[in-house]
Design a protein around this ligand. Structure first.
Ligand code: FES
Ligand code: FES
Length: 216
């Protein structure tokens, strides 16, 4: 028995067991190595790809769930000589440090831009919240997404959020009620982050809590 699916526009019949994680099929059988294995538990986003245009965690998506559907990986957006605008923006903003999270970041951001080409700052941050960057390049990643989301003819300043006030505990809490359940499909979205539980004022893993003008 095979599972038929389309990956980056090409039809494939895959003979792996239907419960094989889609990530393994992409990497091991189709040689598409952009999506990464991070946690394997649907908690980091390194494996993010599109399934019928929606960002999903391919590490916890069984092959059977992709039957008859359209999968898009980073390779399907463009390559080194044919980057799409979002890929180019990540390069222009030098958004990667180790780069391990970046394919997933781009795929999650692209899913937003495909539906909402010019999202506001809060929308971008809420949408990107499920994906983690262990290197802390969040602000460069946000800049890259803003760059790609900038309306034609807008200046860089036009795309920046309003300057934040001084960061205080109350301001942070009112601006980003991050530890209530967010609008997210992330299975661990309602879990308090370790940084806040440890008493740190800002969770470095949550883009919604970073000051808008902060540079890392
Ligand atoms: S590897 Fe899939 S969410 Fe972490
Ligand atoms: S650039 Fe290293 S994990 Fe994001």
């Amino acid at each position: 028995m095979t599972v038929s699916l389309t990956v980056n526009g090409t039809a494939h019949d895959i003979a792996s067991p239907p419960d094989t994680p889609l990530l393994y099929v992409l990497r091991d059988e189709l040689g598409l190595n952009a999506a990464k294995y991070g946690c394997g538990l649907g908690q980091c986003g390194a494996c993010t790809v599109h399934l019928d245009g929606r960002a999903i965690f391919s590490c916890v998506t069984p092959l059977a769930a992709a039957a008859g559907r359209r999968v898009t990986t980073l390779e399907g957006l463009g390559g080194p000589d044919s980057m799409n605008p979002l890929q180019q923006a990540f390069l222009d903003e030098q958004a990667a440090q180790c780069g391990y999270c970046i394919a997933g970041m781009i795929m999650r951001a692209q899913a937003l831009l495909d539906v909402t080409p010019h999202p506001d700052e809060a929308t971008i941050r809420a949408h990107m919240q499920p994906n983690l960057c262990r290197c802390g390049t969040h602000m460069r990643i946000l800049r890259a997404i803003r760059r790609a989301a900038r309306p034609a003819g807008a200046t860089r300043a036009d795309a920046l959020p309003a300057a934040p006030g001084p960061r205080t505990a109350s301001a942070t809490a009112s601006a980003a009620p991050a530890h209530t359940a967010p609008a997210s499909d992330h299975p661990a979205a309602a879990t308090p982050c370790a940084a806040t539980e440890a008493g740190l004022p800002v969770c470095a893993l949550d883009m919604r809590q970073l000051d808008a003008g902060e540079e890392l």
